[in-house]
Design a protein around this ligand. Structure first.
Ligand SMILES: [Zn+2]
Ligand SMILES: [Zn+2]
Length: 294
């Protein structure tokens, strides 16, 4: 029994609909999945319904872009209440930031003599959380680049001429936002960010787990983060970060997280919820932190 807890749909920069994603999960015989679209939880309701029909355990989620000590980090929020007003309000702000960033990137492309139309990007993205992959796909579709790789290499990668820095929330804001929505905050793909030094600070600030298993983590990278998780008493998650077809095949199911890890997340969530409730009742009392996930 395996789970894949890092998946995207066309509610952000993935290409599958929630139903198509769940059909893939069923095909790969996954016992549990989480949907973690960038800055949105909109796809969760449909994914949940499809999972219920397919007998797959579903975990609500989102992936927030944040920063800590000048490093960009991605924070996964699991089990969040998808109707939480504060979460929805903050997400809406960051969706507006994303849309402004698309306009700015297209303006830069136009200034470079690349005649991409911003409406074509938005039409292709057809979601509230558009991102660079949509600009890349629009460039290819318009015949202005021959491949997504070329679009990123020539224009969209960090410090390339059409790249625009992204406004991010602080990591502590992201963690707090997820917690107040009833969720667990997990650092996504730490091996991609190569900023291990921030992990103890994040753990101190309430981070609940790290994504040890990821498509871009080698076996030794996974071992490295498992050791860190053990040392800092953090939960362990994993997922493929599937965005649809990648070189003709979807990544879903290629990172196999044992289902027991999902059960551990649920147990930790229950323990945290009762601890938060207890600390709330004690008028500002702080819960004991050591051993919080053991
Ligand atoms: Zn990410
Ligand atoms: Zn992702």
């Amino acid at each position: 029994m395996f789970a894949d807890l890092h998946l995207h749909t066309n509610f952000s920069d993935g290409t599958y609909t929630p139903e198509e994603l769940v059909a893939q999960a069923a095909k790969h015989q996954l016992a549990a999945i989480a949907l973690t679209d960038h800055d949105t939880v909109e796809g969760c309701e449909r994914a949940q319904a499809a999972c219920a029909a397919a007998g797959i355990d579903f975990v609500t989620g989102t992936e927030l872009t944040a920063e800590q000590g000048g490093n960009e980090i991605h924070i996964l929020g699991y089990f969040v209440d998808t109707k939480n007003p504060k979460l929805l309000a903050e997400i809406a702000k960051f969706q507006a930031v994303r849309q402004d960033r698309i306009r700015e990137m297209v303006a830069r492309l136009n200034a470079l003599g690349v005649p991409l139309k911003v409406d074509d990007v938005f039409a292709l993205a057809n979601c509230r959380s558009p991102g660079r992959p949509h600009v890349a796909r629009a460039l290819v579709r318009a015949g202005l680049c021959s491949s997504l790789d070329e679009a990123f290499e020539r224009f969209l990668k960090k410090n390339r001429p059409a790249w625009v820095p992204k406004m991010k929330m602080s990591a502590s804001t992201g963690i707090e936002l997820i917690h107040q929505a009833g969720g667990l905050a997990v650092m996504a793909h730490p091996g991609l960010n190569r900023s291990d030094e921030v992990i103890p600070d994040l753990a101190e600030g309430g981070l609940d787990g790290i994504e040890c298993f990821h498509t871009k983590h080698s076996a030794s990278t996974a071992e490295h983060y498992l050791a860190i998780a053990g040392r800092l008493d953090l939960l362990v998650t994993g997922g493929s970060d599937c965005h649809g077809l990648s070189k003709g095949k979807p990544l879903i199911g290629t990172v196999k997280l044992p289902y027991e890890r999902v059960e551990k997340l649920r147990a930790a969530l229950g323990a945290l919820a009762s601890r938060r409730q207890a600390s709330g009742q004690q008028a500002g009392g702080t819960p004991a932190v050591p051993g919080r996930h053991s």
